[in-house]
Ligand binder design. Sequence first.
Ligand code: PLP
Length: 411
Amino acid sequence: MPSATSLDVTAIRKDFPILAQQVHGEPLIYLDNAATSQKPKCVIEALTRFYQMDNANIHRGVHQLSERSTQSYEAARGKVQRFLNAANSREIIFVRGATEGINLVAQTYGRTHVSAGDEIVISAMEHHSNIVPWQMLCEEKGAVLRVIPINDRGELEFDQFEKLLNHRTRLVAVSHVSNALGTINPVREIVNTAHSWNVPVLIDGAQAVPHMKVDVRNLDCDFYVFSSHKVFGPTGIGVLYGREQLLEDMPPYQGGGDMISSVTFEKTTYNDLPYKFEAGTPNIAGVIGLGAAIDYLDQIGMDAVAAHEHDLLEYGTRALESISGLRLIGTAREKAGVLSFVIDGVHPHDAGTILDREGVAVRAGHHCAQPVMDRFGVSATTRASLAFYNTREDIDALVAGIQKVKEVFTV
Ligand code: PLP
């Protein structure tokens, strides 16, 4: 049955050459988008064009190619700024990905503002990327990590969050959307509440940006991170948005070329934002590819993306709920993009392997969120995760594949 929404998915799928292949003799059904998403032709072409025509180092060259590559690199920064509705392109820092963005904040803002006995608040549904950097900081400083619990649906317990905040809280770091559960967190309310204690908030948007419109000024958050490769751009590049005043006051993350304005052996002065945080030759092609991905998403429209995926999620939830012996992990009322499940008597890895033989690519494991697995009393789940190029037929293929899994295990 076709989707009830207006997105022309048949046309869209033609933009993604990788989707038109067969695996194990079956049409590829790609449902591992939370791990990484596929790239439209315009992104692949932007990378090729850069290396064929413009490749040169940025910011330092006086020649044509360097001017062109600098211009494209900085134009992409402007695209990201508009995409996130940031006030200024100085607030957009290019990093390797969401992971590096969080580490940057932990190592710069965190190390200057967190002391022994201080507290950092995260949630029980964080990706390891939004746990370990804070744990490392807490260990170094003798600070304490506080964790907002989640309920059986996989929703944050907001009243518990409110109780965790106090005069020792130095930062709140939470995901916008959980990669393991799909829960959409009430980040606007989280920011409001934290700000009433004068506590800044970092939002891990790795799983939100591919699925919905994100407006950092509307969220009023202090830091926001995401990865290009999950948002239909290349790997190895990502974004840290930071409120300008906070970034100004933070020390640099790494030292090297481009992040300085002058160097002597006695003293180095640092470059202005955003370059202060971009030491060394960056991933120029990656940034340009990300810019192309944003152009593509702008054309489709994030509201249309969200509406289409909402339809798929509802369709998929209904279908999976009707399978006996299958338990959905993560049933939050506000959800995006993720169908995580376990089947009685079947190890999630076995389910993933059998689904692969049917052409259905899903992920099986702890999804870099081991505390979430512990919370639900499972060691792993099988996870199907959506993008706007998925269809109801993809969900039907997943359901048929799960029936195959059940036949093999006669459950
Ligand atoms: N945060 C969340 C919620 C994620 O899902 C992921 C990746 O799966 C990350 C952070 C880390 O992203 P990356 O590995 O691209 O840095």
